[in-house]
Design a protein around this ligand. Structure first.
Ligand code: PEP
Length: 236
């Protein structure tokens, strides 16, 4: 079965104490609930702290980006090998803001996905449309697919307050699963978690998460307030 997951994408927000306290509060409230997976995507600076705080808890820690090379002359970039080395649970790649503001393309996202997987990492690869799925997965081996989740985040819905309709989101998620089936077969398609992201809030989450092909959600704006995020966690 595909375990439901809710991911808070903090983007470039918070200071260190706020980040630490948020995760500590989350762990306390979750206790040992392992029915769902709750994850926090944080800027790099806070990752070592958060990994330590969340160790042996149901909270997973996610990096928001990584380079496609392990080492080298790439000033200001983050090494996927270093992220694996400090023990992040997932790296998120190909987010719309990375594509829109930092010129990432299907081909750079694909390189990043492959390097992250080769480092043994788990990957959340984001797409804004169905057509991006095959290119970002190019060269990914069948046995590596168990470490991949697909985040479907339509451009019009990210940070706008305008979520996709439940039916629209489910239709695309089902198409994504069909594409995975074509590429890797039914077993991989059945096992791969597909997430929806884009203006998820307390009014639309229940319907979204109840869809057959939507296994989790990515939450941006609504995750910046701890109480609101906690309400969403309880809905999942
Ligand atoms: C995101 O950018 O990953 C996201 C889901 O943002 P928001 O919820 O603010 O649309």
């Amino acid at each position: 079965m595909r375990k439901p997951i809710i991911i808070a994408n903090w983007k470039m927000n918070f200071l260190r104490d706020q980040a630490d306290q948020y995760v500590a509060k989350l762990i306390k409230k979750l206790k040992n609930d392992r029915q769902i997976e709750v994850a926090i995507a944080s800027q790099d600076l806070f990752l070592p702290d958060l990994i330590r705080i969340a160790d042996e808890t149901p909270v997973s820690i996610v990096a928001q980006n990584a380079h496609w090379e392990n080492f080298g002359p790439f000033t200001g970039e983050t090494s996927p090998k270093a992220l694996a080395n400090i023990g992040v649970d997932y790296v998120m790649l190909g987010h719309f803001e990375r594509r829109e503001l930092f010129n990432e393309t299907n081909s750079t996202v694909n390189l990043k996905v492959r390097t992250a997987l080769n480092n043994g990492m788990n990957v959340i690869v984001d797409v804004e449309e169905l057509e991006q799925v095959a290119p970002v997965l190019e060269g990914v081996l069948e046995e590596q697919m168990q470490r991949i989740m697909i985040g479907f985040e339509p451009t019009f819905a990210i940070g706008t307050g305008m979520s996709a309709s439940t039916k629209g989101a489910e239709d695309v998620a089902a198409q994504i699963r069909k594409t995975i089936k074509k590429l890797y077969g039914i077993n991989v398609a059945d096992a791969t978690r597909i997430l929806y992201g884009g203006s998820v809030n307390r009014d639309n989450l229940k319907d979204l998460i109840n869809q057959v092909d939507i296994d989790g959600v990515l939450v941006g704006k609504a995750a910046l307030d701890f109480q609101t995020f906690w309400e969403l966690v309880q809905i999942v």
